[in-house]
Structure formats: structure tokens, C-alpha cells
Unconditional design. Structure first.
Ligand code: CMC
Length: 446
């Protein structure tokens, strides 16, 4: 018997996959579109009427596309990263971060009028309610700034209850603007709180990056003037981190957003996911690893210990890139500029030696482990005097642009539903419950 599966594939296709089920001898034909089959097409493959049907098993989504997306393109083997078709190398250094944020969300670069309006609106919304400031003040002096970010952004949701109306475009517009505008302010307040310094209000005469640096570093001066090398570095690093297709935090934003919660809550979930050391937390770990190595002479022994499975070389390897991360190339060049401005650092020398040894070692070559974006970013941030546990915050600020673009794309995608994976149940079969503990006899009366 040959069965053709019905499918709502948006693109008509004549390509198909024939599957023969050795359990029943039945052959099935399922359509192939965009190099994928729909795993729901496998459900028709059953041994009998009561069988649930075949499922795909793919822990960690190693080989499963969860959405169709027109935002970011990555070719991990060739080391290509493009936002809406534009190569990252051309955007970084030539476009502004807010231009890129507009591009990610709207699909096209803004014209002058659109850009001016976009920048005006974001600048207009940089202030946060004073209660957000007071809320952040409630954290301990040594709170991790990422905890403050998660909480601060989630708390914003309670200030804008109308943001729940996610299918009203005007509400999405204003929520997106508010998030892009206020996240740097919350980030800077978190920084100042940990330092025991008063919060600096946004300066709306400044650009996005300059204003952020002003809220971080301004003291008694009436106008803060950032080191232009630092402003440029922040602007470029923000662009490099703005989106990266279906990574762990974006997947978290999409999954949480698929429940139709407001975007503040969905973005807070993204910040939580980014906090982890295998994701955005890696740049922090790179610095910790380098200070643990301590000296150039210890590098070979450290690499050897990694090869023996005693820990990982942080800032190396990527689920998607199996060649040099294109962002890492730009960051390395940027590091040279920042260090030319503030002076060379012993840790940079250790990082360069680590990279040199790893890139010529068969362990790393055979596993296609190359430096990723986090390898050099931490060194740049440290040269700019950001504390190590603040590095992931500097990743989160620009990633808000990508998360929101992905969130909105998910919402408007007619095929998307609430994210709800299947499982293979490995637990007990049914077994009877016999009340045995004393406390139940005392407290529970039936
Ligand atoms: N150092 C040493 N060995 C490694 C490393 C590393 N950094 N990364 C992977 N491997 C080895 C791993 O042990 C395994 O070896 P084997 O085949 O012998 O068991 C092989 O390479 C494949 O590793 P994997 O864990 O299956 O690869 P993955 O795609 O699941 O992991 C990764 C990707 C980024 C989590 C991982 O490479 C890693 O832990 N890197 C260090 C943390 C890091 O830098 N993360 C930042 C990622 S880029 C920024 C972002 O997107 O957040």
C-alpha cells in the first residue's frame, strides 16, 4: 500500500520521501519541501488503529526546524551570517544599531524619515517609572546584574498591562519601542546599583550607545562624553549580537511568546535563557578561564586538560558554526582597536596563545571547534572596565532587537501554535497508591 500524506506545506513540491515500515511492510510517501519533511506526516505510520503513530525524537532540536523565518540566515559551514540578506560584515561598522534593529523588525532598511521617527520614538521612551528604579534598589549589593535584568524587564510588564493585546499592531509597536528604549536604562541602573552609585537618568541628546555609556559612567559632569573608540565598539558589538536565528534564548522567547503572554514577559524569558554559561554567559566564563590559566606558560597544560575532558575551552565551539564564527573575526579586529586605545593586556596575550594552540591542535580541528563571538568580547568589555558578571548584560541589550523581531514573526505566522513538544515516556506503568505516611492520616481528611 502506498499512502500520500496530506500536508499544508506553503510551497508546492513534487519532491518526496518514501518510507517503508518494516513492522508492517507498508510504504508511505511524504512530501519534502525546503529540505524538510513534516514530522506530523509521520503520524500516519502506524502498526494498528490504536497506535499513536510515529514521532520524531530530537533532543535539543539537533535536526528539527521549529519555524519558518525570514530574519537571519546562517551558513555554519561557510561562516556566513546575514540579517535580512545583508552580510554582518557590511552592517557592522557601516550601519547604526538602531538601523539594524529597524531592519530586523521590518525586513527592510529605513529611509531617512522612517529612521528619524524610529530613533525619536525610542529616545522618547528611555525613562522608566521611578518604581522600577526602587524595585531594582531592593536587590542585594552583590546581586548578579542578569538577575536584575530578568526581574526588571518582567516587572515592566505590570506597568503596561495594555501590552497583553498582542494582536493589536499599535500595542506591538509601542511595546517594541518601549523594550528597545528601556532595557539599556534598566541595565545601567543594575550596573550603578551594584557599584553603589546613584542612577543616571537617560540623556536624550545622545545616541543609543552614547546614552548607554553615559548612564553607566557619568559622575558629576553635566554632559558625558564617551571615548569614541568605546562608543564605536559598543555600537558594533550591539549589531553583532542583535540576532542569531533559533538559538537557546530566541527559542525561549518564541516558546514563551507562543502562549500569547505579553512581550515583556517573553523577553524576560529570553534574558533568563541567555544567562546560562553555555549561551550568553560564555563571555563571562572566558574571562574566568583566562584568569584561572593566569600565565602564558600554563596555556599548553590547560589545553591538554580540556582535551582530557576536564572542562571546556570557553568561547570555542558552536552548535551551528563549524568554521570560524564570522562575528569573532570582526570582534578580534575590534579588540585590536580597543587595546590600541587603552593598552595591551596580559589576558589578551593568553587568549591569543589559546587560540593559536587550539587552532593547530587535532582535537579542536577534527571537532571543528573555532573561536565563537564570546571569545574576544569579554576582553573588550574588560578593557572598557565593565565587571565580568556584567558581560552577559551587554549581550542581552542588543539581543532584545532580535528577540522582538522573532517574537512578532512567530505571532503573525499562521502555522504557529502554542509550543508543546512530545515526549517518550520512560517512567513506571500504572501502579496503585497505598497511603502509608502518618502526616497524611492527620492532615488529609476525605
Ligand atoms: N571545548 C572542548 N571541547 C568541546 C568544546 C569546547 N568549547 N565544545 C565542544 N567540544 C567537544 C565536545 O566535548 C564533543 O566532543 P566528543 O565528540 O569527543 O564528545 C564535541 O566537541 C561536540 O560537542 P557538543 O557538546 O556535542 O557540541 P554542541 O553543539 O552541543 O555544543 C556549545 C555547542 C557552544 C554548547 C559547545 O561548543 C560549548 O560548550 N562551548 C563552550 C561554551 C561557549 O563558548 N558557548 C558560547 C556559544 S556562542 C554564543 C551563543 O550563541 O551564546
Amino acid at each position: 500500500m502506498s499512502t500520500t500524506a496530506t500536508s499544508q506545506t506553503p510551497q508546492a513540491t513534487t519532491d518526496s520521501l518514501e518510507i517503508r515500515d518494516s513492522r508492517t511492510g507498508t510504504t508511505y510517501t511524504v512530501p519534502i519541501a525546503d529540505g524538510t519533511i513534516r514530522t506530523s506526516d509521520l503520524r500516519q505510520i502506524r502498526v494498528n488503529e490504536s497506535d499513536f503513530g510515529l514521532m520524531g525524537y530530537d533532543p535539543a532540536f539537533m535536526n528539527t526546524a521549529s519555524c519558518r523565518s525570514a530574519i537571519t540566515y546562517i551558513d555554519g559551514d561557510a561562516g556566513i551570517l546575514r540579517y535580512r540578506g545583508y552580510p554582518i560584515e557590511q552592517l557592522a561598522g557601516k550601519a547604526s544599531f538602531l538601523e539594524v534593529a529597524y531592519l530586523l523588525r521590518n525586513g527592510e532598511l529605513p529611509d531617512q524619515k522612517e529612521y528619524d521617527r524610529w530613533v525619536h520614538d525610542i529616545t522618547f521612551h528611555t525613562y522608566v517609572h521611578e518604581n522600577i528604579k526602587r524595585f531594582l534598589e531592593g536587590f542585594r549589593y552583590d546581586a548578579h546584574p542578569m538577575s536584575m535584568m530578568v526581574a526588571g524587564v518582567a516587572a515592566l510588564s505590570s506597568f503596561y498591562p495594555e501590552a497583553k493585546d498582542i494582536f493589536d499592531k499599535r500595542q506591538r509597536d509601542i511595546s517594541i519601542i518601549r523594550l528597545l528604549a528601556k532595557v539599556p536604562t534598566i541595565a545601567a541602573y543594575a550596573y550603578r546599583h551594584v557599584k553603589g552609585l546613584p542612577c543616571i537618568y537617560p540623556d536624550n541628546d545622545l545616541s543609543y550607545s552614547e546614552n548607554f555609556l553615559s548612564m553607566i559612567a557619568r559622575m558629576s559632569e553635566s554632559k558625558y562624553e564617551a571615548n569614541p573608540v568605546f562608543t564605536k565598539a559598543i555600537e558594533i558589538l550591539f549589531i553583532l549580537h542583535a540576532d542569531h536565528e533559533q538559538n537557546c534564548s530566541t527559542n525561549a522567547v518564541r516558546a514563551v511568546g507562543s502562549s500569547h503572554v505579553d512581550p515583556f514577559s517573553a523577553v524576560a524569558a529570553g534574558i533568563s535563557a541567555l544567562y546560562g554559561p553555555l549561551h550568553g554567559g560564555a563571555n563571562e566564563q572566558v574571562l574566568r578561564m583566562i584568569s584561572e590559566i593566569g600565565d602564558m606558560k600554563n596555556v599548553p597544560a590547560f589545553v591538554e586538560s580540556v582535551k582530557q575532558g576536564k572542562g571546556r575551552l570557553m568561547g570555542f565551539g558552536h552548535r551551528v558554526y563549524k568554521s570560524y564564527d564570522p562575528r569573532a573575526k570582526i570582534v578580534k579586529k575590534l579588540a585590536d582597536e580597543v587595546f590600541a586605545s587603552v593598552g595591551m593586556d596580559k589576558d589578551l596575550e593568553i587568549a591569543m596563545e589559546l587560540e593559536r594552540i587550539a587552532l593547530s591542535d587535532d582535537y579542536f580541528i577534527s571537532r571543528k571547534l573555532y573561536p565563537n563571538v564570546d571569545f574576544y568580547t569579554g576582553l573588550i568589555y574588560r578593557a572598557m572596565k565593565f565587571p565580568t558578571d556584567y558581560f552577559t548584560v551587554l549581550f542581552a541589550i542588543p539581543r532584545v532587537a532580535g528577540w522582538l523581531s522573532q517574537w512578532e514573526e512567530m505571532l503573525l505566522d499562521k502555522e504557529q501554535k502554542i509550543a508543546r513538544p512530545r515526549q517518550i515516556y520512560t517512567g513506571y506503568d500504572e501502579r496503585p497508591f497505598t497511603p502509608a505516611l502518618d502526616y497524611r492520616k492527620k492532615l488529609v481528611k476525605f
